[in-house]
Design a protein around this ligand. Structure first.
Ligand SMILES: [Zn+2]
Length: 339
């Protein structure tokens, strides 16, 4: 029996096939259920017990060799096919899918462009900050309750290292290093320790603007705000300012715009008031200027800041904040035409 196996082994090692049909015939001849190797396997039960071990090894070797040779031949046919002329030149080309800008990037760019037309240039800063740039320099006293307004992520057990809760830290960095006139717009990501829901997230995006020069007044601020609202939403957008409080501005205000969905008549979006709140602003507190080495008797300034998500919601009526960070292409593709 061993002789028979060895003869077959030589045979299968030299198998040749001109095409796939011939190859299939070989496979049936050797490897199918009624093929030669299977028949030998059937005979195996008649082999004397003391020879079983040796015969078994030879049989396995034969089966493996046949399988390898047939796979080899099969692969050679497949290679030939791909290099051959089976390419269909009339077939439609695969379309290249174009990416789109993220809606937040679109709105951020639009805000920066509008302020760019007023002479503001972009300034950026680190997201991992220290207490001085995020709080202390901006007039948040050590035990000031305003620190509770912004639930902060601190790094490990070092309360001096934290994730910035607002982009105002960039204003400090610029004022420390640059002499007025300063006219900057600071876009960026900020972090707050909030439970994630449709209306809150642990990270979001802000844009802040800062203008420091001689004789900057609240009237200048209002003029810039009105220009921004009309450019961003529509020429007939109205604004109103309500007194508010921020540690780093005095006086401070919050700005509402006339609801761009109902045109000011009142709808569910503006809760029937006809107005929607979009940003906070005010005159830079003299303490902040002094903290950054700017003489508050010579210079004054205004600052304003807004959430990019908020503006995007208003412009595109995205009801769930979480959509912005889920990367669902069905959502993102809706902004293709805005690119
Ligand atoms: Zn409305």
């Amino acid at each position: 029996m061993i002789n028979k196996i060895n003869a077959l082994l030589k045979e299968v090692e030299n198998l040749k096939a001109a095409n796939a049909e011939e190859l299939e015939a070989l496979r049936i001849k050797y490897l199918s259920k009624k093929g030669e190797i299977s028949l030998l396997m059937n005979d195996f039960r008649n082999v004397a017990a003391d020879q079983k071990r040796e015969v078994g090894q030879h049989l396995n070797k034969l089966k493996e060799a046949a399988q390898n040779r047939i796979n080899e031949l099969k692969a050679s046919f497949e290679n030939v096919q791909t290099t051959n002329d089976d390419i269909d030149l009339t077939r439609t080309a695969y379309p290249i899918e174009l990416g789109t800008r993220h809606p937040l990037s679109l709105v951020k760019k639009e805000i920066c462009d509008i302020f760019g037309r007023l002479g503001f240039s972009i300034a950026e800063g680190p997201e991992i900050e220290d207490d001085w740039h995020v709080f202390s320099s901006l007039n948040f006293a050590e035990d000031h309750p305003a620190r509770d307004m912004q639930d902060t992520f601190f790094i490990q057990h070092n309360p001096d290292v934290l994730l910035r809760t607002h982009t105002s830290s960039v204003q400090t960095r610029v004022m420390e290093n640059q002499k007025p006139p300063i006219r900057i717009i600071c876009p960026g990501r900020v972090y707050r320790n909030e439970a994630i829901s449709y209306r809150a997230h642990c990270f979001f995006h802000q844009v802040e603007a800062l203008y420091v020069d001689k004789n900057v007044s609240f009237a200048d601020l209002k003029q810039a705000l009105l220009f921004f609202a009309k450019e961003m939403f529509s020429a007939d957008t109205k604004i109103r300012l309500r007194p508010s409080y921020f540690p780093f501005t005095e006086p401070s205000a919050e700005m509402d715009i006339s609801c761009n969905i109902c045109g000011g008549k009142g709808c569910p979006f503006c809760k029937g008031t006809g107005w929607v709140e979009i940003l906070g602003c005010g005159m830079v507190d003299p303490n902040v200027l002094e903290n950054c080495g700017i003489d508050s008797k010579v210079y004054s300034g205004y600052a304003l800041g807004m959430g990019i998500e908020r503006i995007t919601n208003l412009k595109y009526q995205v009801k769930d904040l979480r959509m912005f960070s889920e990367n669902d292409v069905r959502f993102l593709r809706q902004f293709e035409s805005a690119n």
